[in-house]
Design a protein around this ligand. Sequence first.
Ligand SMILES: [Fe+2]
Length: 234
Amino acid sequence: MATATENAIREFAADQSKGADCLRIKELEEQQRSLMNSVICGFNQLLDLRDLGTGVHSTRLAEWAVRVGRKLGIEEIDLHQLEVAALLHDIGKIGIPDSILKKEGKLTDEERALMNKHPEYSWSILRLFPGLDKASLYALHHHESYNGRGYPGGLKAGEIPIGSRIVAVIDAYDAMISNRCYRKGFPHEEAVRRLVADSGAQFDPIVVQAFVEIAGQEVADVFLATGTSSSAVI
Ligand SMILES: [Fe+2]
C-alpha cells in the first residue's frame, strides 16, 4: 500500500507532466501561428510580385478593414479572418492570364467571364489553409453587390457575409486611389464621394459610413503630419 509521501510524489510528478504538456501545446500553437503568418506574408508578397497588390496600401487597408469590422461588432475571433481576406481576396488573380489582367482595352465577354472567376479561385486557395474558412468565404463573395447584381452568387444585402461587404468597400477605395497606367488615382475626397454615391446599390451603406469615418480621421492626421496632398498619403 502506498504511503502518503509516495502518493504526494506521484501527484507532484503528474502535475509536472501536465505542466510540460501545456507548455508544449502552447509552443506548438505559437509555431503554427507564426508559420501561418509567414505563409500569409508570402502570398501577399506574391501578389506584389505579380503586380496585383498595392504594397503599403494593402497593409494599411487591412488595418482599416479590421477597425471597420470592430466598429460594426464583428467578434474578435473573426477579425483575423477579415484581415487575411482584406490582404488576400484577390490571390485568385494569379490564375488569370496576363493578357486579360493587363489588357488596356475593354475585355470581351469571354475574357470578362474568366476574369470574374478570380473570387472562386481565391476561395479555392484560401480554403486549403486550416483555420481560414471564414477568410476564404469573405474572399469568395467580395464582388457581390448590395443590390444583388454582383457575382459569383448574386447575393444581396445581409445574405452577403459582413466580411465580404467590408472587403468590397476597401477594395473599391483602393482601386480608386491607386494610380493606373491610363489614369492617376483619385484624391481621397473623390473616392469617398463615389463610395457614398454607390451606397445601397453596390455597397452596404453602414460599412461605407464606418469606413469613411475611420479613413477620414486617418487621412487628416497623416496629411497634417506630412504636409503632403491627401491623395498621396495612403
Ligand atoms: Fe477582386
